[in-house]
Structures are given as structure tokens and as C-alpha cells.
Design a protein around this ligand. Structure first.
Ligand code: PMP
Length: 334
């Protein structure tokens, strides 16, 4: 008889690593990708959804019948919603209005309630998605806000699962660099700490969207950007900058065009932050020799972005692509 699993939660993690020979043909090192998009909820965030809920249950912060309230760009919501569905909690998610309609609809499909807040307001404004979620968590009886930006269970989940998986899958860390795009910093902090303790010479590289605080300097002030799920306007507690050896700043344009390349050249339909990560990995790989191996983590899939950067008109509208010369339509040819 084939193997069966007790619940969907038992399928979180254990994601495969694949070589990207076609995408990486112009750089000497071998490029590798860990496909976090193959988690059951479709992203790296499945790992922390369960970890944060179980930590809260242990600490008595979440009790049977409780309500989970979280500011999330979607993927953490799915990770939490899957665990909440299995455990019978109510979920309310608060999101900025730049998020794709598909992400909002997805969370509603899991039975969660979604509250939308304006993107272009200060972190401290009462309208920001941080403030609104604080208010809801306080005022709803049994409310609990996991807060992926300050919850130690977030980086810890990656220290306990993502890091050791990469170690085993690469024959004891036989890689030269690991490139990870940074949102809460949970992934890079957990994986980075795991590798710094075992093999500190593996270069840990953070990919940051242009306009985010991680690569802010006098010439690059923080400003809004379009890529979803990564970058920040203030440094979160979950981010351990000490384990990051290098940062690469990536524009929206390079992120989206590179994600589209991965779909066309490798058949990997990925999200925009995967494009940021892959573009940063190409920069790092460009400096290394042919024997080197560069691993990137690809956080989520592209289905949530079909009406955004996978749409040519959307790309042209934002100036990320030129309108191409007209080609004969199928109707004109037939
Ligand atoms: N990419 C996407 C699409 C995400 O949703 C996230 C998480 N917000 C990340 C990358 C970054 O992961 P982390 O929060 O662990 O830094």
C-alpha cells in the first residue's frame, strides 16, 4: 500500500531542490533552486503558520475557539489558514490595498475574513495594516496576533526545518552561496543562523526590493514598490542582520522580467519575489568560478500574479516592457 499522511500539515516542508541549467547558462556556477512554492499552501509561509500557532498554544496565548488576527500579504495568511482549518480557529487577515485580488480571494476561499487598508500611509498611522490588526486583536475576545514580524517562532521554524533540509540536500552544505529574498527576515535569519553555526564560509545573500529599508542609504531612500511579500519600511525584530554577508538591491523591473524568464526558460511559474531572488543570484554567480554552486529559495508560485506582471499590458502600463511590433494574429494567418 502507498504511503498516506495524517493531515495536510504533515506535508509542509521537505521541498525539493532543482538545477536551473537553462536559466543559468550565462554564468559559470551551477544554479540551484529550492522550490518552497511546492508547499501545500503554495509558499515558504506554510512552515511558520503551524509553528506560530503551536507556540501560542503552548504559551496559553491561543485557546480553543480563539481568533487569529494577522497583518499579512497573503502567504502567511494561507499558512495560518491551513493550520487554523485543521485546528478550528477563526482567522481575520489585514492586508494593504496593493495586494492582488487573487490573494484576497484565496484567503476568503479558506473561510478567512479579509480587511483591506491603504498602502501609502505611515507605519504608525491608525489606518496602517499594523495598527488595524492590533486593534482587532485587542478588541475581539480570544483574539491572538501571531505577528510574524516579531514572533521568534518564525525564524526558529526555518532554523529547525529549512536550514537542515538544505544541509542534507546539498551533502552537508556543499554550496558556496544561498540567496534569499527578505520580508520578515524569518527565512534568511533561520537558514543563515543554521549555516553560520556549521559552515560560516557559505555566503548568505539577501535580496531586497529597491525602496525597502534593508538596503536604504542616502541615494536610495525608502519608497513604495510593486513587488509583493518582501522588503520593509522599518527593521522587524525577526530580522537578524548579523547572518547576512551581502545585500543585493533589486528593482521591480528586474524582479518581474526575471520571474517571467523563469516561467519561459525553466517552466517554473513563480512569484515576483522569486524574480528578485533569481536576479540577485545571477549577480552573485557572475563573480564566481565554474566549480561554484549557488542556491536560491523560490518562495511562491505565479498563479497569484497572472493579472499583474504576467500580463503584458500591465508590464507596458508600468513601463517595464515596450509594446512590441505587431505580429500577425492567428486569425490573420488562418
Ligand atoms: N516572498 C514572498 C512572496 C513572501 O510572501 C515572503 C514572506 N512575506 C517572502 C518572500 C520573504 O520571506 P520572509 O518573511 O521569511 O523574509
Amino acid at each position: 500500500m502507498g504511503r498516506t499522511y495524517p493531515t495536510l500539515l504533515d506535508l509542509v516542508g521537505g521541498t525539493p531542490i532543482v538545477r536551473l541549467d537553462r536559466f543559468g547558462r550565462d554564468v559559470p556556477p551551477q544554479l540551484l533552486a529550492k522550490l518552497e512554492l511546492l508547499n501545500p499552501g503554495g509558499s515558504n509561509k506554510d512552515r511558520i503558520g503551524l509553528a506560530m500557532i503551536e507556540a501560542a498554544e503552548r504559551e496559553g496565548k491561543l485557546r480553543p475557539g480563539g481568533t487569529i488576527v494577522e497583518p499579512t500579504s497573503g502567504n502567511t495568511g494561507v499558512g495560518l489558514a491551513i493550520a487554523a482549518a485543521q485546528k478550528g480557529y477563526r482567522c481575520i487577515f489585514v492586508m494593504p490595498d496593493k495586494m492582488s485580488q487573487e490573494k484576497i480571494s484565496t484567503l476568503r476561499a479558506y473561510g478567512a475574513e479579509v480587511v483591506i487598508t491603504p498602502t501609502a500611509v505611515d507605519h504608525d498611522s491608525p489606518e496602517s495594516y499594523y495598527s488595524v490588526s492590533d486593534r482587532l486583536a485587542e478588541e475581539i475576545p480570544g483574539g491572538f496576533k501571531p505577528d510574524q514580524y516579531s514572533n521568534a517562532a518564525n525564524p526558529e521554524a526555518h532554523y529547525r526545518s529549512t536550514g537542515p533540509e538544505i544541509w542534507e540536500q546539498t551533502d552537508g552544505g556543499e554550496i558556496d552561496a544561498i540567496v534569499i529574498s527578505v520580508g520578515t527576515g524569518g527565512t534568511i535569519s533561520g537558514v543563515g543562523r543554521y549555516f553560520k553555526e556549521r559552515k560560516p564560509e557559505v555566503l548568505i545573500v539577501g535580496a531586497d526590493p529597491e525602496g525597502s529599508v534593508y538596503t536604504e542609504d542616502a541615494e536610495h531612500p525608502t519608497h513604495p514598490y510593486l513587488v509583493e511579500g518582501i522588503g520593509k519600511d522599518t527593521w522587524p525584530e525577526t530580522m537578524d542582520a548579523a547572518v547576512v554577508d551581502e545585500w543585493v538591491r533589486v528593482s521591480d523591473r528586474d524582479s518581474f522580467l526575471t520571474a517571467r524568464r523563469l516561467a519561459r526558460e525553466e517552466g517554473l511559474l513563480v512569484g515576483g519575489s522569486c524574480g528578485s531572488t533569481a536576479w540577485a543570484a545571477l549577480q552573485v554567480a557572475g563573480r564566481m568560478g565554474p566549480g561554484a554552486r549557488v542556491l536560491m529559495l523560490l518562495p511562491d508560485g505565479g498563479r497569484s500574479y497572472l493579472s499583474k506582471f504576467y500580463d503584458d499590458n500591465w508590464m507596458i502600463q508600468y513601463g517595464f516592457m515596450e509594446r512590441s511590433a505587431p505580429v500577425p494574429t492567428v486569425d490573420e494567418v488562418l
